[in-house]
Structures are given as C-alpha cells and as structure tokens.
Ligand binder design. Structure first.
Ligand SMILES: [Cu+2]
Length: 174
C-alpha cells in the first residue's frame, strides 16, 4: 500500500512537471541535482559576471570545487566575508554540499564568478558552465541569461507585462 501511494505521488509530480509552462531546468552530477542555472546580463563592456544556481546534495556529502566556462577566462566559486564592516568577496576552494541539503548560489551570496568575460552576456542567451564536484565529478549545465537586475531565474513577463502570473511552480505560502 505504501509503495502504491509513493508511486501515485511520483506519477502526480511527473504530471505536474509536464504541465508547468516553464519547467525547472535540472542537471545531474551523480545523485547531486543542479537546478535553474542563470546569470545576469552584463551591459556594455563587462569585465566580470556572476552565475547562480541551486544545488541539492546527493546521498553523501560532497564539495563544489570549481567551475569553468568558455565565456570567461576564469571562473571561481565566491562567497562573501565581512571584514570590519566591509563585505568582501573571497574565493571558496571547496563549497560544502551536504548530503540531501540545498545549497543556493544567488546574488549577495555564494556565486560562480566569471572573471574576464570574453564578451557581454546578452539577455535571452545562454552559455555552458562546467561544475566540478569532488566526488560526483563534472557536469556541464546550460546557464540562461536573465535581465540585468534579475534576482532569480524566473522569467518575468516573457509575454509582455503578465509578470504577476509567472509565479508558477512555487508553493503558495498560506
Ligand atoms: Cu564574486
């Protein structure tokens, strides 16, 4: 009976995924899941950019040890530290991805720093980014380029001003 229920729940979630207009982009490195990689468009002649994504840990603890992409000379995992009241970015040489836990790379937090971009990142485009995990190995994800001020990978008003309806896929908080 329990198995049946689980199978039913799985089938249901698969249906939900299939009918969600902008299904989350998911990638796997072993049993680690990477969801919705995105970057901010860079205006003008940019030097650096940032890429963000969500990582869900697998069955064992792992670490994100680095990244690389053809769009920049170097890519590094960055975090922030508070030094005498000044927020500074610093390179993280191994970002912990604990088993089963979510690790968010987002604006103002951990991010993949794209140093010395070879060209501007244009909204609506995408580029490949290879992530290195200590145990799970490498995975190459497709990073979607969102607007300059974007805070996440949600496409606001892809069809002209109906941004408010674009919260699909999110749980309602009630
Ligand atoms: Cu940085």
């Amino acid at each position: 009976m329990k198995t049946l229920l689980t199978a039913g729940a799985l089938a249901l979630s698969l249906i939900t995924l299939a009918i969600t207009p902008s299904a989350a982009m998911e990638y796997k490195a072993g049993d680690i899941t990477i969801t919705n990689p995105w970057a901010r468009a860079t205006p003008g002649q940019p030097r650096n950019g940032g890429a963000y994504l969500m990582i869900k840990g697998g069955a064992t603890d792992d670490q994100l040890t680095g990244a690389e992409t053809p769009v920049s000379k170097k890519a590094a995992i960055h975090g922030h530290s508070n030094e005498n009241g000044v927020m500074k970015m610093r390179e993280v040489h191994g970002l912990d991805v604990p088993a089963g836990e979510m690790v968010m790379l987002k604006p103002g937090g951990y991010h993949v720093m794209l140093m010395k971009l070879k060209h501007a990142l244009k909204k609506g485009g995408s580029f490949p980014l290879t992530l290195h995990f200590a145990k799970a190995g490498d995975v190459t994800v497709d990073v979607r380029i969102m607007g300059v001020g974007a805070m996440n990978a949600e496409t606001k008003s892809g069809h002209g001003g109906h941004g408010d309806h674009n919260t699909h896929g999110k749980m309602k908080k009630h």
